[in-house]
Design a protein around this ligand. Structure first.
Ligand SMILES: [Zn+2]
Length: 434
């Protein structure tokens, strides 16, 4: 088992952690009220004042915020400090409407790196590791976020960014990369490219750890990656609004520890906004306790998850979010039934003849919604015999139906047909929106 980056904080008794959170909640509430006209207005509308927040359970009195507020206050209307205190911007490209801008003070960058330093240590990384950062550098938070976190723990950073996959694999070999951070779909692509180059990641590289995120991925995909390469694949979580990538699973691989001294998390019913008890699936809501350029109060992230504050075997007391099911926004409604792309993925990845890449195409069949899952067959599973392919097609359709409770068309395609992504994979093509 790996050590701790900051044992005092990471193993803090729950009681002490809660009282630290309480103090920080009171001060951040006062802080945003005093510094941000946006929050002052929002608090007034909700009939709440900073003095009403006396304990953690008073959190529910505070109004929600969301992505729409960031857009409506574009570019910097939700900042709580003047520009001369901001040392960096990151900007996330909006798929719809305006992008969102996040600003950081020097201290904000510092706690972001600290958060990742704890996380990377928890998966066994440290001095002597070579961390290849295959997330995009630039306005996207992934590259620079991981970069600073890995430098902080004394690891050697190889800032490859996204793309030039063959070169990435050569450098991985030449410079002895031990850990890679990128999207899981990009890593799957890397495995393919390596094979074509005659390189076995398992035998010809020193890679032993993967830090994968920025898109939802299933337990079954983890298994595929680990079986194919022999590495340990860990899930990482964060969003640009909260700084960027922030927290990972520990070596137990059973939920992502969210650092309680930095963030206060709750789950709510996405429809009613009511707080849910632990163990129920709900929308993740985060209050930043230690962020100053752009603090967020009860920010609705949109991701669906389950909270778990049971003690973890790793000894860390900070609460965990269990594997993200997807964003509430990503949920497809097909003939009235809720379908998450991650559910489709977990079905497909259990079938050995199915390749690592897939797409979900939604359209209309007359007045009805129709969903087709485009599935790549593995080189091995790709047979000239029509009969074999027909029975595979039937098998996939049957498995999908039993999990999704809805019939989906299945289209089998040759290996290498579905476009590969270097960043977030486009898994869903919804033609109904066109
Ligand atoms: Zn743990």
């Amino acid at each position: 088992m790996s050590g701790y980056w900051d044992p005092h904080i990471e193993r803090m008794p729950l009681e002490d952690l809660h009282s630290l959170q309480e103090d920080r909640l009171k001060s951040i509430t006062r802080y945003v009220y005093d510094h941000s006209s946006f929050y002052r207005q929002r608090f007034k509308e909700a009939g709440v004042e900073p003095d009403d927040i006396k304990q953690l359970s008073d959190l529910a009195k505070l109004p929600f915020t969301g992505k729409v507020d960031l857009r409506n206050n574009y570019p910097t209307g939700m900042f709580s400090l003047p520009m001369n205190r901001v040392v960096r911007y990151h900007v996330s490209s909006g798929t719809t409407g305006k992008p969102t801008v996040v600003g950081y003070t020097k201290d904000d960058i510092d706690s972001w790196s600290e958060s990742l330093a704890r996380a990377l240590t928890s998966i066994g990384l440290g001095r002597g590791d070579v961390v290849q950062v295959g997330y995009g550098y630039g306005l996207f938070t992934g590259g620079l976020g991981l970069h600073y976190g890995a430098e902080r723990i004394g690891a050697t950073v190889l800032p490859t960014g996204v793309g030039s996959t063959e070169r990435q694999i050569e450098l991985m070999q030449d410079l002895g990369t031990t850990a890679i951070a990128c999207t899981p779909s990009y890593f799957l692509h890397m495995i393919e490219v390596a094979e074509k180059m005659g390189v076995s990641i398992r035998n010809d590289t020193k890679l032993n750890t993967g830090i994968f995120g920025a898109e939802p991925w299933s337990h079954e995909t983890r298994k595929r990656i680990e079986d194919a390469t022999g590495i340990n694949a860990y899930d990482i979580y964060g969003t640009s609004e909260l700084s960027g990538p922030l927290c990972t699973e520990c070596q137990q691989k059973n939920g992502i520890h969210i650092w309680g001294d930095f963030f206060l998390i709750e789950t709510i019913d996405p429809k009613t906004g009511e707080q849910l008890e632990e163990g129920k699936t709900g929308e993740l809501v985060v209050t930043t306790l230690h962020k100053f350029a752009m603090p967020l109060i009860r920010y609705r992230i949109g991701d669906l998850t389950i909270l778990n504050s049971e003690p973890c075997e790793c000894g860390r007391t900070h609460p965990r979010i269990m594997r993200i099911l997807g964003r509430a926004d990503d949920m497809l409604i097909i003939r009235g039934i809720n379908v998450f792309p991650s559910q489709v993925e977990s079905v497909l990845m259990k079938i050995p003849e199915v390749g690592d890449h897939y797409q979900i195409v939604v359209g209309r069949d007359g007045p009805l919604d129709a969903m087709t899952v485009r599935v790549e067959v593995t080189e091995k599973g790709f047979s000239d015999k029509i009969g074999d392919l027909m029975s595979l097609k039937k098998k996939v359709a049957k498995e999908l139906k039993s999990v999704l409770n809805i019939a989906a068309g299945v289209e089998l395609v040759e290996p290498g047909t579905i476009p590969r992504s270097m960043g977030k994979a486009q898994r869903v093509i919804d033609n109904r929106k066109v």
